[in-house]
Design a protein around this ligand. Sequence first.
Ligand SMILES: [Fe+2]
Ligand SMILES: [Fe+2]
Length: 273
Amino acid sequence: MIAFPEKEEPVHIDRRAFLATLGSAAVVEAMSSEARADALEHYMIAQLDKPAGPPAQPLVVRRGAGALFGGPSPSGQRPELTALATMPERPTLLDFIRFRGTPSIGNHILQSANDALKKGEPEETVLACLLHDFVLNLMKTDHGWWGAQMMEPYVSEKVSWAIRHHQALRFYPDPSVGYEYPELYVRIFGKDYVPAPYIKASYESARKHKWYMDARMITVHDLYAFEPGMKVAIDPFMDIIGRHFKQPKEGLGFDGSPVAHMWRTLNYPDNPL
Ligand SMILES: [Fe+2]
Ligand SMILES: [Fe+2]
């Protein structure tokens, strides 16, 4: 038998809720100490048996946060945060891919570029595939827009346009190139998900654009870029990067471009301000 808690219990008991189960103050007053103690024991056991309900998912980091900052994958997996290498003074795209790209996103973009290369796509399409999701290390929400902006000063207009629009195009099938709505999206967004009006508008304007196929091909190679265990090296893409990515001589983040801060944020992800 246990004693009636006159003071705060180490095990949390909602005293008011417990007393409410007994009845009015007069009823409680009239109970013997033994009766109160028995009632408390039953109450506590009942609390133990209560279904816990859906397990609470404490919000540790918001879903839109980039993977380098601990943001979860679209399916909810959280990356392990490890120590980061110091970046060179004038970091290149390659340094960012190697030292600031998280493994799963790195594998995905390399697989995607590899698929484009194997299938004989033009070099700019291979580059667009290589860069299309790199920004997920920094920011997940609206990654097509963020990603395009981040690359814009360093690639052709067509490549950044294609990166911007791949986000919306992912939601819309195009049987002419064998692109179907991804099974992964059913798992992430649910079966009856309807893309937001701004995504639909982006898709509709892209559909009529002369570069539609450039963005569409990113989504086509994207589909084949989730092979578990497949590792692709960066080496086959070095020449393509050299020819189509305008590496600033001061280093990414230090060239005074309108997007330099995005690269610096990846360079210094632990800076508090
Ligand atoms: Fe993407
Ligand atoms: Fe992707």
